[in-house]
Design a protein around this ligand. Structure first.
Ligand code: NAD
Length: 486
């Protein structure tokens, strides 16, 4: 772990093994932290907070740029470790590590440029302004699917805004997080950045419940997010929650099928479908439906499943067997209920080890099937035809989630109705899943609260204070007593 500037085992007495999902071999292990370790990290972060919040933004920015530079030096090592630990292919991890470096630079600059506002006063003697102040100790609780990117989308704005941080990585992917912090954050004052490894219940929950943690920034499943929300209701902690999704893609009647097939395959199979914004439901205009399904099947059949370290691999393994079993359950149930299995629906026999599942296309699904209503988080593409714009938008919105939504079309009327009427925090037209440093990212409905990235992503980590100052310091006529003049 990393507490108060030191690599430590804390009070831990045992380790949790980390597996390589492509080989099922043990890759390493991290200490199984205890509630006392969470406490020690919070106290270290609390102790340094008064000094860190007063550190000029320029100096904080300098330290963050330095962290980005150190990560660029260790880039290849990190990409390799992430591939071994999380499983997705090298190009996807190249991109993840690049995002980490760039996000640190982005928030370093945004943080030192950021300012409150002077407001129009209610009277010439008054001076009104706002201050954007840090919350204090922030717990950053991270999932396994993009362990570094989802970490830095919180860590960078939290530090830039003057907070101190305790990180709780997923028990499945602690090694790359520890590597990032040891490699690139050792020049920060001790206690500003801490990492506590271990299980959600033993180290995550003590952070959530700790009275000195003033904000919880969490990415993960809806169930854990709901638990955190109910556990913090009485303390009124600031919550930032990025939860699950069931993102739709609508294929318009005007598209070039070849382009739409490639875009869909990418957005549904990236990271073996284990992206919170993976396309998990596809609505194809009825005029294209049979041909689209055929061309999609032909393209996806040509993708290579394999170890992420192999340069020829397109799609890597799923993270663990139990996640694969959940996907298999949803696919089998859909087929029993009448869905047509176009390709896939099985484990690849040619790969003896690893948690692989063949990219799968289902046709003729409907919204009575779990594959169209529950998060799947695997390499499955379910297709359903629709007749017109009204039906496409109704189907896209028929979900409790609202993270992202994609449209493939250049029909102006369709595009405008889609971005106005679809309830999702990110709308992608003809370029699914492409994020932008300045573009706020987050969910509507059950997909979460708050936004990461952009200016909104910095403001999440601040609380706004309004200062009202009457410079003349005179008795006001509207003060007591009402009845008699003095
Ligand atoms: P998870 O909820 O099981 O775990 C996430 C983190 O929370 C882990 O570090 C875990 O140890 C910790 N945790 C578990 N129980 C806890 C508790 N009671 N108190 C505090 N911490 C606890 O999620 P996961 O399986 O790691 O991640 C997959 C999920 O994350 C999917 O549902 C996916 O959609 C979602 N996700 C969302 C986004 C987004 O931006 N909206 C991004 C990526 C993943």
């Amino acid at each position: 772990m990393y507490i108060n500037g030191k690599v430590t085992k804390g009070n831990a007495t045992e380790k949790i093994e980390v597996l390589n999902p492509a080989t099922e071999e043990v890759l390493g292990a991290a200490w199984r932290g205890t509630p006392q370790d969470a406490e020690a990290a919070v106290l270290a972060a609390k102790a340094v907070f008064p000094a860190w919040r007063r550190t000029p933004a320029n100096l904080r920015a300098g330290m963050m740029h330095q962290a980005a530079a150190k990560l660029r030096e260790g880039h290849e090592e990190l990409v390799r470790l992430l591939t071994l630990e999380e499983g997705k292919p090298i190009p996807e991890n190249e991109e993840e590590v690049w995002w980490v470096e760039e996000t640190l630079d982005y928030y370093a600059e945004l943080g030192r440029h950021h300012r409150g506002a002077v407001l129009p006063p209610g009277d010439p003697a008054q001076f009104n302004f706002t201050l954007e102040q840090p919350w204090g100790v922030v717990a950053c609780i991270i999932p396994w699917n993009y362990p570094l990117l989802l970490l830095v989308w919180k860590l960078a704005p939290a530090l830039a805004a003057g907070n101190t941080v305790v990180i709780k990585p997923s028990e499945f992917t602690p090694l790359s997080t520890l590597k990032v912090i040891e490699m690139a954050f050792d020049h920060f004052p001790p206690g500003v950045v801490n990492v506590v490894t271990g299980t959600g219940l033993e180290t995550g929950e003590p952070l959530v419940l700790h009275p000195d943690v003033r904000m919880v920034a969490f990415t993960g499943s809806l169930a854990t997010g709901q638990r955190i929300a109910s556990q913090t209701a009485s303390s009124m902690k600031k919550l930032h929650l990025e939860l699950g999704g069931k993102d739709p893609m609508v294929i318009g009647p005007d598209v070039e099928i070849r382009m739409a097939v490639r875009g869909l395959a990418y957005s549904a199979l990236l990271n073996a479908g284990q992206v919170c914004t993976s396309t998990e439901r596809v609505y194809v205009h009825e005029s294209l439906y049979p041909q689209f399904a055929e061309e999609l099947a032909e393209f996806v059949s040509g993708l290579k499943l394999g170890n992420g370290l192999d340069e020829s691999t397109d799609v890597g393994p799923m993270l663990r067997d139990h996640f694969r079993a959940k996907v298999e359950g949803q696919v089998d149930e859909a087929v029993k209920a009448g869905a047509r299995l176009v390709i896939g629906g099985e484990r690849p026999v040619e790969l003896e080890k690893g948690f692989f599942y063949r990219p799968t296309i289902l046709a003729d699904v409907n919204h009575s099937m779990r594959i169209m209503t529950e998060e799947t988080f695997g390499p499955v593409i379910p297709l359903m035809p629709y007749k017109d714009i009204d039906e496409a938008i109704r189907l896209a919105n028929d979900t409790p989630y609202g993270l992202g939504a994609s449209l493939m079309s250049n029909d102006l009327k369709f595009v405008k109705r889609f971005f106005e009427e679809v309830e999702a925090g990110s709308i992608w037209i003809n370029d699914p899943l492409t994020d932008n440093f300045a573009g706020p990212f987050g969910g509507m409905k059950m997909s979460g609260l708050g936004r990461e990235l952009g200016e909104a992503g910095l403001l999440e980590f601040t609380q706004v204070k309004h200062v009202h100052w009457d410079m003349e310091a005179e008795i006001k006529e509207f003060w007591y007593p009402y009845g008699t003049a003095e």
